[in-house]
Write a protein that binds this ligand. Structure first.
Ligand code: ADP
Ligand code: ZN
Ligand code: ZN
Length: 732
């Protein structure tokens, strides 16, 4: 007797489980495969899911099982590695399996569209067209030329490859039925490539040898080298070896829009098609790039964090560039770390994983120290052993001109006089962070957040950077009617204005999210800066990423203090990375720039250590402190957050969760809280948090699995939202 076939399907829903169905009617068991999409009835709707397993057993009685409606794919669109990665991520991050597996597909696939690239219209000659005697066309020379050209083609030819033929001519040929249009899937044309004319230096050679030796097996490498030390060159050469093995390479970068030159450098070097995956794509472009990765057509896949879930037929190596960057962690919804998942994925595919950075995260440094990662250092490229020339400016009790000390103004003036560029870093957009009434002390606050509204002048408005609310700037104080409203503090917009007034001879560029709203805007600005002289560049952290400005000889950090005094234990690591990254934007290899740091804490030990002994010394010391304080990476954290319009609900819910945790038996796990989040009210919701801490990951996992399942099904107010963040990178 043949057994019943049951398909277990992942569906994008918050329920933490798979759903059992019978096969669609008429479909044989052998035509069903894990990784294929199926249409299934779900809550009176037809939805697209992914088959995870095929089995002969269900906990649901057979007569209650519904049949799937139809198979969408004949062959799997997700390979077994991807399914396994999805399951692993769902278990580890305690996030519903369907949201993980289906939620990370390109939108068009979620909607059930075919998993293939968009066909384009191409032209080919009909039999009639093939038979025409060209000599009869002497009075229609354009048609004659076109036919001659088309006869040389073996395959249908795309419109853009027929640039010499006018649309009128094509139409005439189609009208005569000599030419017809067909839909074809186009492959990118191979490009010509440029190879570098230099050899790797010894450090690079060693790194190259270690990585290529481990191709075909999993191994993790930390490629540690400052900006300009030649990391990208090592990526490129090792990728070449991967391609020679007939495999593909996945390159993960923090933000593609900010680093267009990375993609350019890769595409200049390799003839293989490159699939680029980032948030700026439209649905069709995303699917096409995904397909190129999945089918193996693209030898190289460059993407931001979500690219980690792309099926890659023959994945042979993963590179995480700027691996310390916070953007590899998703901060809402499915809160995964693409960096950590890349290591899991590397193990599955038996592929080496390279974490590159000038300022490796403390987790990575600890893994390198313990031997879990092999550390490859690039120190050789000239000048880079030298630290930049740091100078600390004590701004306590100083008269400042819009945040600028006299010493700094003098230094800017000096450097501009030498026709150099100056870069000022201030991580605060807008004109001023606070609008205050000089008469009564009223402050412009956001109605929906525990935060002040930022004053913007171009265009004039108040804007909350936390919830995006905006409103008009009042003419009078809403509290005392005084007209003495005052912009307090400094943002990039104000800095731009002040510097333009102070240094009329210099061109001033501001690079932040308000001035740079698109990739092309960034490219235009960067082009103006590239060969510029006597320019002042003002930027937020947008400027700290990727770009190198060889003509910048002075970098100034206007306010270094915020990070070293934050309540978040990771803040000093982030500030240190930012400082080093910003400092690294300046100067050439032979000639590091001057870096001026304005601070009200000139004796701060972490700051001094960073600038006198360098990032690695800072990192070592900070790791020691973390070890003493039992903080990550020496312990493991998870954060349960709750929020609601009702102030009490989150705290009550978290208190119940805490009780539940102790009932479930939380051996080895400390539960701290609940407490109000540091910014309790945000976008109209009150937020609280409960922190779980353990010495071992597995203790955390064995508590959080059952806990999240119970929380999911427990009775709670529909107005309450909750989320679990495993390995949170910020404590808010
Ligand atoms: P990183 O990625 O660490 O910032 P890159 O690989 O971009 O460093 O190298 C910085 C610059 O030095 C690039 O212009 C690159 O072409 C060049 N470069 C890299 N390696 C070498 C080498 N071995 N010899 C000469 N130039 C090199
Ligand atoms: Zn007032
Ligand atoms: Zn707000």
């Amino acid at each position: 007797m043949s057994k019943t076939t049951i398909i277990q399907v992942a569906i994008a829903t918050p329920l933490r489980r798979l759903f059992d169905y019978l096969p669609p009617s008429g479909v044989m068991a052998e035509d069903l495969h894990p990784g294929c999409r199926v249409q299934v009835p779900f809550r009176n709707k037809s939805v697209t899911g992914i088959i995870m397993h095929i089995t002969d057993h269900s906990d649901v009685p057979e007569e209650k099982l519904k049949s799937a409606i139809a198979c969408v794919d004949k062959t799997p669109i997700l390979d077994s590695h991807c399914l396994k990665l999805g399951r692993w991520a769902s278990d580890y991050y305690q996030y519903p399996i369907g949201e993980v597996v289906v939620g990370t597909l390109p939108k068009l696939l979620r909607q059930g569209q075919p998993a293939c690239k968009k066909p384009i219209t191409a032209y080919q000659l009909t039999e009639l067209g093939q038979g025409v005697d060209l000599d009869t066309l002497t009075r229609a020379p354009k048609q004659q030329d076109a036919l001659r050209l088309l006869r040389q083609q073996v395959n249908p030819i795309a419109r853009h490859d027929l640039a010499d033929v006018s649309s009128g001519t094509l139409k005439a040929l189609v009208d005569k039925q000599w030419l017809e249009t067909v839909d074809v899937i186009q492959s990118p044309v191979p490009r010509t490539t440029q190879q570098p004319n230099y050899a790797l230096n010894d450090d690079q050679q060693q790194a190259f040898a270690a990585i290529t030796e481990s191709l075909g097996a999993f191994k993790a490498f930390l490629l540690d080298g400052v900006t300009g030390s030649g990391k990208t060159e090592v990526y490129l050469r090792t990728i070449d070896e991967v391609l020679k093995r007939g495999e593909q390479a996945l390159v993960m970068v923090p933000e593609i829009a900010l680093t267009p030159q990375t993609v350019k450098r890769f595409s200049e070097r390799f003839a293989t098609p490159i699939a680029v995956l980032h948030s700026g794509l439209n649905d069709r472009e995303r699917l096409d790039a995904w397909i190129m990765a999945q089918t193996g057509e693209a030898g190289i896949i460059i993407g931001t964090r979500s690219a980690i879930f792309t099926p890659i037929a023959t994945l042979g190596m993963i590179i995480i560039d700027e691996s310390h960057d916070g953007s590899f962690k998703q901060q809402d919804g499915f809160r995964y770390s693409a960096r950590d998942l890349s290591l899991i994925r590397g193990q599955m595919h038996k592929a080496p994983v390279i974490l590159g950075s000038a300022t490796p995260g403390l987790e990575s440094l600890r893994n390198a120290a313990s031997g879990r990662y092999e550390c490859l250092k690039l120190t050789q490229r000239a000048g880079h052993a030298n630290l930049p020339n740091y100078r600390i400016l004590d701004i306590r009790n100083r008269q400042l001109l819009d945040g600028l000390s006299n010493e700094l103004l003098a230094a800017i003036s000096d450097h501009l006089r030498q026709d150099s560029q100056v870069l000022l870093f201030l991580n605060r957009r807008g004109y001023a962070p606070t609008l205050i009434c000089n008469s009564c002390g009223w402050v412009g606050k956001c109605q929906r957040c525990d935060a002040n509204m930022t004053l913007h002048m171009k265009p004039r408005h108040l804007h909350c950077h936390h919830c995006d609310a905006s409103c008009r700037i009042p003419h009078q104080c809403p509290q005392c009617d005084s007209e003495h409203l005052h912009a307090l503090g400094l943002g990039t917009e104000r800095l731009e204005q002040t510097l333009s007034e102070q240094f009329p001879e210099a061109e001033v560029f501001r690079i932040d999210r308000d001035t740079i709203r698109s990739k092309s805007a960034l490219e235009t600005t960067l082009a103006k800066i590239h060969n510029g002289k006597r320019q002042i560049l003002i930027g937020t952290q947008m400027l700290a990423k990727g770009h190198h400005f060889p003509n910048v000889t002075l970098v100034a950090i206007l306010d270094a203090d915020a990070g070293f005094f934050s309540a978040d234990f990771r803040a000093s690591e982030r500030v240190a990375q930012l400082l080093v990254q910003v400092a690294g934007r300046a100067g050439r290899a032979e000639k590091p720039g001057d870096v001026v740091i304005q601070t009200r804490n000139p004796q701060h030990p972490q700051l001094l250590r960073l600038i006198h002994e360098g990032y690695h010394s800072f990192a070592e010391e900070t790791l020691q402190e973390r070890k003493m304080a039992r903080l990550p990476p020496y312990t493991y954290f998870a954060m349960l957050r709750a929020e609601s319009h009702d102030k009490e609900l989150p705290r009550t819910f978290l208190q119940q969760a805490k009780t539940l945790a102790s009932e479930l038996g939380s051996d080895g796990v400390f539960v701290l809280g609940p407490i109000a989040s540091p910014m309790e009210k945000r976008a109209g919701r009150y937020r609280s948090q409960l922190l779980f801490q353990a010495n071992q990951r597995k203790d955390l996992q064995s508590l959080l699995g059952p806990l999240s399942k119970t929380l999911e099904t427990s009775k709670k107010s529909p107005y309450l939202r909750w989320s679990l963040d495993i390995d949170p990178i910020d404590m808010f």
